[in-house]
Design a binder for this molecule. Structure first.
Ligand code: FES
Length: 188
């Protein structure tokens, strides 16, 4: 009976790194793991930055008087974010409070960005304007929709929430003039 021939030994890696090809596989695996580790946290941060508007306290319900505008900036401390908070004394779409009559709107006209001063926000009849640029008026009881004039978009409405007596701004309906994204921090 013939003795079986011994199996040929696997060629030894010159750098003592195991069977041929194993160091390449180890390298690809390690590189992949590193990429996953770098990519997922990056994506997580990016998503967190665009996920939500800030929640900002902007006034006290008990201090508001019908027709007296209160001004603040939202969502950024930027001139384009001038916002007018107003108690209309009549129910309004998006209004908060027991009478659903407290609303807030961005003060820049969406037509060409002229500033509509707070004194041109009228609780009665619930109109903002006319805009000093080209005379557009906006209905504050109906989400800021255009009543008449050149603007083709309504005045952006700042969303409000009530927590006890505290009024919070929590978002914006409509694009603020001059911005490509309300939630992207303006550069200047
Ligand atoms: S800028 Fe307001 S109507 Fe033109």
């Amino acid at each position: 009976m013939t003795e079986p021939l011994p199996l040929a030994a696997e060629p030894e890696c010159e750098r003592h790194c195991g069977p041929a090809g194993s160091d390449r596989r180890h390298f690809l695996f390690a590189a992949g793991a590193t990429l996953v580790g770098l990519t997922i946290p990056g994506l997580g941060v990016a998503q967190a930055k665009v996920a939500a508007y800030p929640r900002k306290k902007v006034g006290l319900l008990s201090k508001l008087k019908k027709g007296e505008a209160v001004e603040f900036r939202y969502p950024w401390d930027h001139a384009n974010c001038n916002t007018v908070l107003l108690k209309l004394g009549q129910e309004a779409a998006g209004g908060v409070g027991p009478d659903k009559d407290v609303v807030a709107f961005n003060g820049l006209c969406p037509h060409m960005g002229w500033d509509i001063p707070a004194k041109k926000f009228f609780a009665v009849p619930g109109i903002a304007g006319p805009c000093p640029g080209h005379w557009t008026t906006f209905d504050l009881t109906r989400y800021g929709m255009v009543v008449s004039g050149h603007a083709t978009q309504g005045l952006p409405q700042v969303l409000l929430e009530l927590d006890g007596d505290d009024i919070f701004a929590t978002g914006v309906l409509g694009l603020i003039f001059g911005f490509h994204d309300n939630k992207a921090e303006p550069k200047e």
